[in-house]
Ligand binder design. Sequence first.
Ligand code: C2O
Length: 600
Amino acid sequence: MAFFSLPSSTHPIHPAQVRCSALKPLIYSSSPGFFSHAFRPTRVTNHKTHAEASTCKAQNADHHQNPSTDDSITSSKSNSSKTSAGQFERRDVLLGLGGLYGATTLGTKQSSLALPVTPDISNCTDARDTPNGIPINCCPPSAASYSDYTPSAREVYTRMPAHTVSHDYVKKYSSAIAKMKNLSLSDPRNFYQQANVHCVYCDEGYSQSGFPDKKLDVHSSWLFFPWHRWFLYFFERICKNLLDDDTFTLPFWQWDDSSGMQIPPMFNDSKLSLYNCIRNPKHLPRKVVDLAYKGTDSGIDPKTQIQYNCCTMYTPMITHSSAPALFFGHPLLGGGDPDPGAGSIETEPHNNVHDWVGDPSEPNNEDMGVLYSAGRDPIFYAHHANVDRMSYIYNNVLKRKNIEDPDWLNSSFIFFNEAGRPVRVTVKDSTNLTKLGYTYPDLPLSWLDRKPKARRKGLNLTKVSAPKASEVLPIKLEKPISFVVERPKKSRSGQEKAEAEEVLKIKGIEFDKGETVVFDVFVNEDDTTKCNPCKAESLGSFHTLAHGHGKKSTTSRSFAISEVLEELGADDFDSILVILVPRRGVVTIGGVEITFVPKP
Ligand code: C2O
């Protein structure tokens, strides 16, 4: 029997339990059996909740610069949250017919046919082996048919930050997870079967309906946000049902606020069903999360880490989400190949937090650090509730718009509901939280005014002798490279900038889905070692999270640069200098271009 295949017994044996007891005997109390209540990992925990007292506003984030520079930090919320009426016809843009800005190739759409994505659940193929040979069997119980489901909640309940909830709430949530773990493995509501639902939608277990040769992966595309919203919706309903409590809501891990930037205590208490032993032992409380984690600990002090985290929140939430396609991700249309390109939050910090929690001593950084097993760690659901909260903030605080493309709105997924029955839901029914029956509290967002500042303004590095992009690319990225990219248009007017975002798109990124791959991207910077997430020269990273299988894929990564070039005093330059610094994994860069993406 394969290591991860599901036993026929009604007792759920979770591979994590097998691994925890087999591979890490020293960290467990002696246990009479896998299913006994006495199976209690006993890693030393520290239940102090709050990180070093530090907020985004209180500290100077910069090691390298005079503290007085912080005085100049001002809010850019009003600038960046502006919206204007859509000036471009969607299909013109996608087909490349829209005049100046029609040159944009953010999507892959080549046809004007309606092509929403729907999974074909009649056939589930177990994912291929992991790169180190561990087989993955994550097909959930098969379902011959399904019914369509439209939400219509009567009441709206508020999800709360995991580090602020009461003792009674924690007990209740833990008992819901315990009940899920104790359901028969043939029941799709079983906790590990829910994890399998995530696995199957990330490891290409299903094909796309109508396209038997095209596999489906909901990551690295515009399906990322709505799929995970629905997944949590049903997970939450299963909890409500097992608790017989309609008022119950999932907690969220508020890693965007200094008070929540460590593993919330409820997930670090070995007496609770919310605990998981397969996490990086160096990252347990009170370690402050590194939202830009790339696989090695930065070694910076907690207060500076908090400051960097605030900038790492600002950049994807404000700078790189100025158009819906940049925030949500690139279009995945029916019949399309997986991985057209992740949106800003999916790449960073979503992938980084997964990576940071996973245990590097496990073969594939399980559980959280690899997508096939991520759902086996109860912290996954709190992590994703905060990711989901970012789209709530995008809509309700930043007042930015959703994608309006019918192919996004009509894409659909199939989940198991609280009765264990398969139901099909659409993306369009995921956009109204009132109908879904939950919301998020409006908490202060201390990263809103953490706009990265120029390390050095007005330096025209494109005049130094860097090669043109076409002379360098394609290239296997083995050491840092720099090249110059011409801008199709410079010094655009305020109106032009309000209508379209200038985007640096790195494309033809070839990588292996079996490993986590990271490279950093800088603009107009000649010493990347002096840069940090609070410097405008640092655009962010390309960051994939390992899947369960080692399959080659090609994707892209887009960065919004209008605001950045203004901050760098480089808006009237003919070109930009781009620097790519490899951090992890093997990756080939195919090409690069500057395009203009319409803002609706
Ligand atoms: Cu489906 Cu956080 O991944």
